[in-house]
Design a protein around this ligand. Structure first.
Ligand code: NI
Length: 184
């Protein structure tokens, strides 16, 4: 089932999510819905609070059908993910977000991270991620903590982006996928 994506001005996107303690059928179904929602919106990552849920869950799909290089991982769910370690070198990369439609900007982040999480069977896992995977994980784990990628823009870039962000907040810029505007 495709879930509506909550946009920028929704308060749940500023709230911290809560850990998942155990897996059950409902959570399995929710995760499957998250994958379906991400895919139809052409996203490479999605956090549970982006679809209005308070659980600490993200899904990631960095597979690219047009790229012959195998991705670091197949589509994966990360439950209760925590970044344990960051690389020292920062790189900038253009990011976008399903909750901030039609806005992209360059964000500096560490190039590699070590993430501890639970898999779909609630077994603890550790992944050493770099490149695009490290980027997506940091972006989505930020969501679980109520942080948007534009919070991490440089001061100059943030100032330049103000007008566009205000338009998105007013609902003047809408996405092509199913969405829910702010708390009405
Ligand atoms: Ni996002």
């Amino acid at each position: 089932m495709i879930l509506p994506v909550y946009l920028y001005n929704h308060t749940i996107l500023r709230e911290k999510t809560q850990p998942v303690n155990q897996m059950n059928d409902e959570t399995q179904q929710f995760i499957s819905n998250m994958f379906e929602t991400m895919t139809q919106a052409y996203g490479i990552g999605l956090a549970a609070n982006q679809v209005g849920d308070k659980r600490s869950i993200i899904v990631v799909d960095i597979t690219d059908p047009e790229d012959e290089t195998p991705p670091q991982i197949p589509p994966t769910v990360f439950i209760n993910p925590i970044i344990e370690k960051y690389s020292e070198d920062l790189i900038d990369y253009e990011e976008g977000c399903l909750s901030v439609p039609k806005f992209r900007d360059k964000v500096f982040r560490p190039d590699a991270v070590r993430v501890k999480y639970f898999d779909k069977n609630m077994n603890e896992q550790i992944i050493e991620a770099e490149g695009i995977l490290a980027r997506v994980l940091q972006h989505e784990i930020d969501h679980l903590n109520g942080i948007y990628f534009f919070d991490r823009l440089s001061a100059v870039r943030k100032t330049l982006a103000q007008g566009k962000l205000r338009k998105i907040m007013r609902g003047d810029i809408i996405p092509d996928y199913e969405y829910t505007l702010g708390n009405q």
